[in-house]
Design a binder for this molecule. Structure first.
Ligand code: MIC
Ligand code: SF4
Length: 650
């Protein structure tokens, strides 16, 4: 039987396990990336592993999230990251050089290789034919130490693309259509692989928009083949020598298949507050808009920016709104400035924001109270924009530009503007002056790590033994995101390297009393439990959503179903992730119930939860591997790996 692209790359990198979907495998990681908001913790963990230099082919540390510098915290973190990169042999992408995923695609993505990144949108590089996976910082630290990455062999969902997009319909509309069909939990345990004649009509940046937002499906990753279009992109980036052809065998069999006729697609929009709440733009056209934000790792390429510039050229942004543009990288910014797209944007009244994550993660440019904001981004969770009652919509750059001109949600085809053809350039401006290359081993050895007061020591975890006796601290519903568990934004993100400080904000938008109640319970020597529904922990890869609850004394999370990265993060920090054997039992546990859980027989895969308040027993299950169980028992990955010191090559 033939292999798909995903299976070929995984087969090339498999270290242990069998390639049967759902079965545990370990793969070799060629490249890693971190960004600043997850990177500080990842490098504290890497330092704790005591490895002299990164063991990967390439590791890059980016600074793109915590870019507001309203006090010492963020700049101190940037300096720490730069000194770490110099000391341990990493590339360092300086603040202002752009969003990690956009820069990685431009300068480092390599067909056929594996990339592990401490950011959930790492699959962006799947657009260039990589297996690029998002993970918690701890997993990335282990990969940098030369250890393989553990995952469950994903099933492969083949998405067959036919036809060609109509004018003003673009890549974002394709992924929104996939999200409409499959929902935010439809991709758990799967890789989405795109194939069929429609693939040839999509540029690399367009493919990367699709693989980027595949993260919102809960997928392990998404991937496109590497073909002559990939080669042209890499030639344009002066990296043609790294290109290899990579296509699915003609007889490749997909576990599931989906077909999209590109020609039949129309502009789509994700409505508040979930990326899968997708409608046709025309269904909600006319709604007043107060803010437009164009950028983010999903849609900030040169082509996206030039398309928007062409739409705004010679026109004025509507008076009732504010438009913010963040080019994805310094390369994009430099090129749109050379090609005068930048002039067209700013002379229309758009505000130029920095090349970074910015408004996508609530780092400035928050919408007004109750405001409608339309964004070319990938997530519209409640409160994520920085304004709790804002209504965030997600759409293509074309649909965002249309709203910028009319002040209302507008189908861009209704503007009467002639079709725009912003082609991918055959030659990009290559200027890597904002990327600091690794030092030689001798030079690196002389570097001292610069630690500002914002860098707090790693909190200690506790081994898991005996019977956990405690209380349900919180019961949540379905689709709880890591933004609910550990919010981001300009106020909280700078605390990422200080766990005691950031833990004061755990579940802030769900129940402000959570941290205090949790610490009180911990003070009494009791275990904290959290109960949740389906797709618990979807969204961001932030391991702080496990680390901070661990610090607050949460010992087990019991849900109907977990999202992949969060499940792994819980294990990494010694919190027991459990699921109800019968989903209906979710109704038999309430907040405040006293619980008891014997954790001595985890190997059997089954546990009995005693609800002492209700006087009942509830069967629970887990899908942990033998190694996961050892990790949770040890109190998390760091404690486990340290105990197995010899597992880390010196
Ligand atoms: C996000 O888009 O939510 C983030 C911020 O990039 C996160 C990482 C983080 O929380 O630092 C992600 O996607 O993993
Ligand atoms: Fe940054 Fe937003 Fe992309 Fe996350 S989704 S990496 S915050 S641009």
């Amino acid at each position: 039987m033939g292999l798909s692209v995903a299976q070929k790359i995984l087969k090339d990198h498999i270290v242990s396990g069998t390639m049967e979907s759902g079965k545990p495998i370990s793969i070799r990681i060629d490249q890693t990336l971190t960004q600043d908001a997850t990177g500080t913790m990842a490098y504290l963990q890497f330092e704790a592993l005591g490895v002299g230099r990164v063991k990967t082919e390439l590791s890059v540390s980016y600074v793109d999230h915590n870019m507001l510098q309203d006090d010492f915290k963020n700049p101190d973190d940037h300096r720490y990251l730069q000194s770490i990169a110099a000391r341990y042999g990493l590339h360092f992408s300086r603040p202002g050089n752009g969003i990690c995923h956009q820069v990685h695609l431009e300068r480092f993505g390599w067909p056929g290789k594996t990339l592990l990144g401490s950011d959930s949108h790492t699959p962006t590089s799947g657009g260039i034919g990589m297996i690029a996976i998002g993970a918690g910082g701890m997993d990335v630290a282990l990969a940098m130490a030369g250890l393989p990455f553990n995952l469950k062999m994903p099933k492969v969902i083949g998405v067959k693309l036919t036809g060609k997009l109509q004018p003003f319909v673009s890549a974002k509309d394709i992924i929104l259509e996939v999200l409409r069909r499959k929902t935010v939990k439809g991709g758990v345990g799967a890789v989405f692989e795109y194939f069929g004649p429609g693939v040839k009509t999509l540029s690399v940046p367009a493919r990367a928009t699709i693989t980027n937002m595949g993260a919102e499906l809960g997928a392990t990753t998404s991937v496109f083949p590497s073909d002559e279009i990939t080669k042209a992109f890499m030639d344009g980036q002066e990296r043609g020598g790294q290109w290899t052809r990579l296509e699915a065998d003609p007889d490749a069999v997909y576990d599931e298949a989906l077909e999209i006729d590109l020609g039949a697609l129309e502009p789509m929009i994700a409505c508040p507050h979930s990326p899968d709440n997708v409608k046709k733009v025309r269904e909600i056209a006319g709604l007043d808009v107060q803010q437009v934000a164009i950028g983010s790792c999903t849609n900030s390429s040169y082509t996206d920016m030039m398309t928007v510039a062409a739409m705004l050229k010679g026109r004025t942004v509507a008076p009732g709104l504010s438009v913010g543009i963040s080019p994805g990288s310094r390369q994009v910014l430099e090129m749109i400035s050379k090609d005068s797209g930048l002039t067209d944007l700013i002379s229309s009244g758009a505000r130029l924001l920095e090349s970074g994550c910015g408004p996508c993660i609530g780092m400035g440019f928050a919408p007004p109270s109750g405001g409608v904001t339309i964004r070319s981004f990938n997530r519209n969770f409640e409160g994520r924009s920085g304004t709790k009652d804002a209504q965030s919509y997600l759409a293509s750059p074309e649909t965002c530009a249309a709203a910028a001109l009319t002040g209302k949600i507008t189908d861009p085809r209704d503007l009467g503007i002639p079709p725009i053809d912003a082609a991918v350039p055959s030659k990009f401006v290559v200027n890597d002056r904002m990327i600091i290359a690794p030092l030689s081993e001798t030079e690196a050895a002389k570097v001292s790590i610069i630690r500002g007061p914002n860098i707090a020591p790693l909190p200690e975890s506790r081994p898991l033994t005996g019977v956990l006796a405690g209380e349900v601290l919180l019961k949540t519903g379905d689709n709880i995101t890591t933004d609910h568990i550990m919010p981001a934004g300009a106020k909280i993100l700078p605390l990422r390297s200080n766990v005691p400080a950031i833990s004061e904000y755990v579940f802030e938008r769900v129940d402000k009393t959570f941290p205090k109640r949790a610490l009180d319970l911990k003070g009494q020597g009791k275990a904290g439990f959290v109960v949740g529904g389906i797709n618990y922990g979807q969204g961001s890869s932030r391991e702080h959503a496990a680390l901070a609850p661990m610090y607050l004394g949460v010992r087990a999370v019991i849900v109907k179903q977990f999202a992949r990265i969060h499940l792994a993060n819980l294990v990494n920090f010694g919190i027991l992730p459990l699921t109800f054997e019968n989903e209906a039992d979710y109704d038999k546990v309430d907040q405040g119930d006293a619980l008891e859980l014997d954790v001595t027989k985890l190997e059997s895969g089954k546990l009995v939860l005693r609800n002492k308040t209700k006087g009942i027993e509830i069967p629970l299950v887990h899908a942990l591997t033998a190694k996961d169980i050892e990790m949770v028992r040890a109190g998390g990955a760091l404690a486990y790996v340290k105990a197995q010191r010899e597992a880390v090559p010196a």
